[in-house]
Design a protein around this ligand. Sequence first.
Ligand SMILES: [Zn+2]
Length: 183
Amino acid sequence: MLGARPKKSIPAPPEARARNPWIRICNSGIHGRGVFAARAIPKDTRILAYYGERITKTESLRRAVERLERARKRGGGAVYIFDLNSRHDIDGAFPWNKARLVNHSCEPNCEAQNIRGKIWVVALRDIAAGEELTYDYGYELEHWEDHPCRCGTPSCPGYIVHRKYRGLLRRNLARRAARKTTS
Ligand SMILES: [Zn+2]
């Protein structure tokens, strides 16, 4: 994912610096660099954690707005902020947070799960060595045009939106295409 430039202002937690035997960072066919399975990963494995800075909801909103504005001017659009609980979020826009490189797919092999206050990228199925790890970013429909998707899976509408909006978006895109050919 590209977009917000990671800051280097806070030091990496020791766990984030430890070598993770499950993963390899490589160039991705979907977008930029991605995270790949370094070996076969069984279903339900907690593969890597989404590390970052714990921030309040107010600070989270401020950073999200700032990054979206910047991303709109320069392209991209990643915000790197995860909902943690009712009061706090996790800002993962740091180079040592490898989980920020996990790309979106409309048919993902992983899921981001909040397990006792820690965000984990968890395997949804058995994953073969060499497969790129992906999860569903689950974006709202707002600003869908800013987030093109190149996952290439059969259910991909061409943009990153939550599963529940994909049918609607596909119908709207078809209608728009039909209007273009008739006018
Ligand atoms: Zn897609």
